[in-house]
Design a protein around this ligand. Structure first.
Ligand code: NAD
Length: 460
């Protein structure tokens, strides 16, 4: 009671693209009266019976929904049972004082007397803790919990308890990250650690040969878990190996780069490269958890931090908020929550997820024209963001100040050809992610405009 479910619920539902069901409001409509009046006339027992029918029907709906349960619903054993079986249940935390302040005088039948209210709060607390899959305080907490993403400074030390289940763990990292954080991860995993595996640093990890070596090294049963500790290259290959080994075992991403923490570890895309191109073989395999410890960014070299900042600026532009100004832990948390929501809305990348490609159409064209050499992905994205902002009629100062992209020396025709082949092209028309006053949109523009925006990114 008074936790804010009715305010937060519709926002969560909107961001996850699911219907919102406010059980108390639905119940009032069906009963044709208000809950206080029903309590007054028929008593709490009759109310709980009505509530039970409605709650169970809502929890058994075939399609996923965001449901706000009345505060007392968990007192009914069958509802608790259904929650355990069918729902991901988040407890929206509120302290007793605040809950009383918000509920007193609202006419709620069980918020009439302050000491009885506090006693009820204590009694229900135990049940809430028993059924909650996650404890949350705000919108981002709900989105992150729903996506299995756990962000906190020092999270690496709790890795053992954050890896779900009790099966054996295979730890995968590159020699550099392993040298800095491997021991801490191994200690945290304790007796669950079954084996340790090494992959090359950077993009070299994402090959069929590395995947094949990992498949043959692993000695996990189906209840085993692959834990990938490192940047996006490590999480991509280890996640792909987990997706395919024994027709899939669970995996946990423990990203240690900014790119990993705000992007690669979230959303379930895993992949390796082929000689023909990047990320050409892969699988959607959502990590059972992403354990994000922003303190690992302290050892990240500046050039790697800048790679991640390109994605941070992109996310802030999409969210319409200056997320780039936040200190590291909050910056990571907010960006991760944004990506988590988009990916939960579109897990198989068939729609909304396209917005995450803001600036990327240009970036991919420039990378292709550069022959994937001498131009990092982050620098290409920074340039791509400039073009997307210009075509959206937006100022570019934030990109210029934070990312300082310099025009790149590549062949203009080659870049244009690559851009026209972009995977978002439909019937020959290039579709771009642009920013409108209502948020991101995917739309076409005349070739001449796109070409001139591309040309501006290329040095004479
Ligand atoms: N799956 C996805 O959705 C997704 C999204 C974005 C990017 N990616 C992939 O991610 C890869 C790029 O990943 P990345 O940018 O994280 O880099 P990376 O994994 O290639 O790592 C870069 C370097 O940073 C080092 N490093 C990592 N963490 C460190 C730390 N805390 N301190 C010091 N050094 C550290 C590594 O040893 C490595 O040498 C690309 O292959 C890209 O395709 C995947």
């Amino acid at each position: 009671m008074g936790a804010g479910k009715s305010t937060l619920g519709p926002r969560v539902a909107e961001l996850l693209g699911r219907p919102f069901i406010d059980l108390d409001r639905d119940l009032e409509q069906d009963l044709g009266t208000t809950i206080p009046e029903f309590f007054e006339r028929r008593g709490e027992t009759a109310f709980r019976m009505q509530e039970e029918g409605h709650a169970i029907a809502a929890l058994r709906l075939p399609d996923p929904a965001v449901i706000a349960l009345g505060g007392g619903a968990v007192q009914t054993p069958s509802i608790r049972h259904e929650l355990r079986d069918r729902a991901f249940t988040v407890l929206l935390e509120v302290d007793a004082e605040t809950a009383w302040r918000r509920s007193a005088g609202s006419g709620r039948p069980l918020a009439q007397d302050e000491s009885e209210f506090h006693a009820l709060y204590e009694r229900r607390r135990r049940l809430y803790d028993e059924i909650a899959d996650a404890h949350v305080h705000d919108l981002d907490d709900v989105l992150l919990a729903a996506a299995g993403v756990h962000v906190h400074v020092g999270a690496l030390e709790s890795l053992g308890s954050l890896v779900p289940g009790d099966g054996p763990v295979a730890l995968v990292s590159d020699p550099h990250v392993g040298g800095i954080y491997g021991a801490a991860a191994q200690v945290a995993l304790g007796s669950r650690l079954a084996s340790v595996h090494e992959v090359p640093q950077g993009e070299d990890a994402k090959t069929a040969a590395v995947a094949e070596r990992l498949w043959s090294e692993l000695r996990l049963d189906r209840d085993g878990v692959v834990v990938a500790l490192g940047g996006g290259s490590t999480t991509d290959v280890a996640g792909f190996v987990a997706a395919t080994y024994l027709r899939s075992v669970a995996w946990v991403a423990a990203p240690t780069t900014l790119v990993g923490q705000v992007d690669a570890a979230i959303g379930g895309k895993t992949a390796i490269d082929l000689p023909q191109g990047k990320n050409l073989v892969g699988a959607f395999h959502w990590p059972v958890r992403a354990v994000i410890d922003p303190s690992t960014l302290e050892t990240l070299p500046e050039d790697q931090r800048l790679e991640g900042m390109a994605e941070v600026v992109k996310t802030g532009l999409l969210a319409g908020e200056p997320l780039w100004d936040l200190p590291a832990p909050q910056l990571v948390q907010r960006c991760a929550a944004y990506k988590a929501a988009v990916c939960l809305r579109d897990p198989a990348d068939r729609g909304d997820r396209a917005v995450l490609n803001l600036g990327h159409t240009f970036a991919h064209a420039l990378e292709a024209a550069a022959g994937y050499e001498g131009l990092t992905h982050g620098r290409a994205v920074a340039l791509g963001l400039l073009a997307a902002l210009r075509l959206s009629g937006r100022p570019v100062d934030v990109v210029e100040q934070l990312l300082q992209p310099k025009p790149v020396r590549v062949d203009r025709e080659r870049a244009w050809e690559a851009l026209r082949r972009d995977k978002k092209a439909r019937r020959g028309e290039v579709r771009l992610v642009l920013l409108s006053e209502h948020g991101p949109v995917v739309e076409g523009r005349p070739d001449a405009e796109i070409r001139s925006a591309l040309d501006e990114l290329i040095a004479e």
